[in-house]
Design a protein around this ligand. Structure first.
Ligand SMILES: Nc1nc2c(ncn2[C@@H]2O[C@H](COP(=O)(O)OP(=O)(O)O)[C@@H](O)[C@H]2O)c(=O)[nH]1
Ligand SMILES: Nc1ncnc2c1ncn2[C@@H]1O[C@H](COP(=O)(O)OP(=O)(O)O)[C@@H](O)[C@H]1O
Length: 213
């Protein structure tokens, strides 16, 4: 029996490294599908519509909610963000895992949805607040004002860490990546029926019997 696809939720304060970890997880296993969110925020340089986000007007976004197309949605930093439902349902049925880069509000909604039993949630903490700020600045994509707003919101995001199944401190990137891949591998194994294991245990039992004889 093939297992149902997992919903892997990655949350963190902005700048802690979840987009970087998401990219590394998908490089480790390209079969993992990224849930492309819809957002009303403006694209950053280099971001592509349909790949990084579906960039939508407020009216278009509200229409998607009204049509019941969103698995979850929330307001973050004054913009709306939401995860389209259809592609996730298809992936679950096909046994493909989906990765979500969403905030704690989205995490709660997906966990409490009818798809909640397929959720694995991971919260990423920065090693320190100074490091968080320098990563946000290092990304060089936001103004001082935007960075200050994100730093303020970080405390609120961090206060939800204990709601998650796993918590990783993203100090050394390679180590955090290895830990994340390890979590996914272990959670998959827990859910997979592996007929060959039955065969192996049958053989082991036969070997015990042979020793007794
Ligand atoms: N609830 C929810 N949050 C989202 C969604 N997409 C992105 N976010 C969150 O919105 C916040 C801002 O994302 P973004 O503007 O890309 O900034 P960044 O995380 O600093 O790169 C982050 O905490 C994301 O995890 C979504 O579909 N739903
Ligand atoms: N472990 C790490 N050590 C140093 N820099 C990191 C680490 N993880 C991510 N970064 C850098 O920090 C910045 C913010 O990371 P990003 O993945 O965009 O964060 P988020 O998606 O959580 O907002 C990026 O420039 C990224 O290259």
């Amino acid at each position: 029996m093939t297992r149902r696809g997992l919903l892997i939720i990655l949350s963190s304060p902005s700048g802690a490294g979840k987009s970087t970890l998401a990219k590394r997880l998908m490089a480790w296993d390209p079969s993992i599908r990224f849930s492309v969110s819809a957002t009303t925020r403006a694209p950053r340089p280099g971001e592509v519509d349909g790949r990084d986000y579906y960039f939508r007007t407020r009216a278009e976004f509200t229409a998607m909610i009204d049509a019941g197309e969103m698995l979850e949605h929330a307001e973050v930093f004054g913009n709306f963000y939401g995860s389209p439902k259809g592609p996730v349902e298809n992936a679950i049925a096909e046994g493909r895992d989906t990765l979500f880069d969403i905030d704690w509000q989205g995490g709660q909604q997906v966990r409490n949805s009818t798809l909640g039993k397929d959720v694995i949630s991971v919260f990423v903490l920065p090693p320190s607040i100074n490091e968080l700020e320098s990563r946000l600045r290092g990304r060089a994509q936001d103004s001082d004002e935007v960075i200050a707003g994100r730093m303020q919101k970080s405390r609120d995001e961090i206060s939800h860490w204990a709601e998650y199944d796993y918590v990783l401190v993203n100090d050394d990137l390679d180590q955090t990546e290895a830990a994340l891949c390890g979590i996914i591998q272990a959670e998959r194994q827990r859910r997979e029926r592996q007929p060959w294991l039955n065969d192996l245990v049958r053989t082991l039992n036969a070997e015990f019997e042979a020793r007794k004889a």
